[in-house]
Ligand binder design. Structure first.
Ligand code: NZQ
Ligand code: ZN
Length: 386
């Protein structure tokens, strides 16, 4: 196991009525906030009213940044920064899914930077200080509610890049599983695939000695498998929504990474698909993951896949390791289909015209992953997905 410092600072208020704690928690840090949300689902659901009532009851002033896009754009970040400066806002409050939370985090990091926020995303400048971030989660998927990352897109350059700073981890997040009852089947399925992918990215690592992290990862994968299809078919099943919500946060809040963190594989390939074709993140991951697994299955990795087969899918190893590994990969693919997700790039409107450039960009960060992948490897994986 590698050395680590455990530091997961986000306060989580979990359960029915969690939002009732919001005003008091925010007030400890700020009396003037930027309220961030997306295309308006929170207004239909009564979540907006609940949040605003909390702000009013605690004498917290606010300005609004609305219309934040799925795959949030740097243009929204710029607008948020403008509002914060103009009105002297001292905290950001995101109400929504990962896109809204990510945009809010990027605003929080960019307010104190004089240049264009994209400089921070593109690593041309360092983040110096970050406004306190709060989130009310409405979609279980990205784990942004408890992690220090934001992923921002620039559609002018077809770039989608993650930025990260310890202070971007929300100070407090409010997780009410009932707030996810209205999430569509498609987004529920996609979110479940995203959570599973976060776990895979850590589970399939070059570090082989983190037994405790691997057993926790398997428990989380089993949780997604157990409840994902249920949540798709029974949107108001509290138990399913609650387990997925907590799993979303735990999968990526560093708990699994401690002792075994390595760079990720499939996310890098997916972010190119979203950057060029604006597809839903979890859907891209569900399409890529089985092909990636088949591509990286080899003598050096087969034991890890057998472990996955045995401990996650309860598959007996009959002696032929590769057959067992392949059964587990088939199960993974079948599960994504059972969630109702597409399984080919063509189904989501992607053709072969941009594969080269996407493969080149994705491969830039894939030199020291579970199985290192160069441009040709990525191209092969993309091609397997048609
Ligand atoms: O825009 P609104 O009205 O909010 O509607 C959203 C959006 O259309 C809707 N929605 C959210 N909550 C709802 C709801 N609809 C009905 N009822 C509710 N309760 O769902 C749609 C998708 O929302 P979005 O926030 O885009 O989804 P998600 O949470 O999957 O976030 C995806 C983004 O996060 C990034 C992805 O790349 C993508 O840009 N990621 C962020 C990560 C992080 N911060 O650590 C890691 C991830 O790997 C990922 O890259
Ligand atoms: Zn993800």
């Amino acid at each position: 196991m590698k050395d680590f410092i455990y530091d997961i600072g986000t306060e989580i208020y979990f359960g029915k009525g969690a939002v009732n704690n919001l005003g008091a928690a925010v007030k400890k840090h700020s009396a003037k906030v930027l309220l961030c949300y997306g295309g308006g689902s929170i207004k239909k659901l009564g979540i907006y009213d609940a949040v605003v009532n909390q702000l009013k009851a605690n004498n917290i002033e606010w300005q609004e940044l609305s219309g934040i896009e799925p795959n949030p754009r740097v243009t929204s970040v710029r607008e948020g920064v403008r509002l914060c400066r103009e009105h002297g806002l001292t905290a950001v409050l995101a109400v929504g899914g990962g896109s809204t939370i990510d945009c809010a985090k990027a605003v929080a990091a960019a307010v104190s930077y004089d240049g264009d926020p994209w400089d921070l995303v593109a690593k041309k400048a360092d983040i110096v200080s970050v406004l306190p971030v709060f989130s009310v989660l409405t979609l279980s998927a990205t784990g942004s509610e408890m992690d220090p990352t934001a992923v921002i897109s620039n559609m002018d350059t077809n770039d989608k890049i993650g930025l990260k700073h310890p202070d971007m981890r929300p100070v407090a997040s409010f997780l009410d599983p009932e707030y996810t009852y209205s999430v569509s089947k498609y987004q529920t399925a996609s979110g479940t695939a995203d959570i599973m992918s976060h776990i895979f990215e850590i589970y399939f690592s070059t570090v082989k000695s983190a037994y405790i992290a691997d057993r926790m990862a398997e428990a989380m994968l089993k949780t997604c498998i157990h409840y994902g299809v249920t949540a798709v078919n029974e949107p108001e099943n509290y138990e399913a929504r609650a387990n997925l919500m907590w799993c979303s946060s735990l999968a990526i809040n560093n708990l699994l990474t401690y002792g075994k963190g390595t760079p990720w594989s499939v996310h890098s390939m997916e972010h190119q698909l979203s950057a060029y074709y604006d597809i839903t993140h979890g859907v891209g991951l569900a399409i890529l993951t089985p092909s990636w697994m088949r591509y990286v299955l080899r003598d050096e990795t087969v034991d890890k896949f057998v472990e996955y087969a045995k401990n996650v899918w309860d598959i007996d190893c009959d002696g032929d390791k590769f057959a067992t590994a392949n059964k587990a990969i088939d199960k993974t693919e079948e599960y994504f289909k059972a969630l109702g997700l597409p399984s080919t790039l063509r189904e989501v409107g992607i053709d072969e015209s941009k594969l080269e450039i996407m493969a080149e960009k994705a491969s830039r960060t894939l030199g020291s992953v579970f199985v290192p992948l160069n441009k040709d490897d990525v191209l092969n994986i993309y091609k397997m997905c048609f």
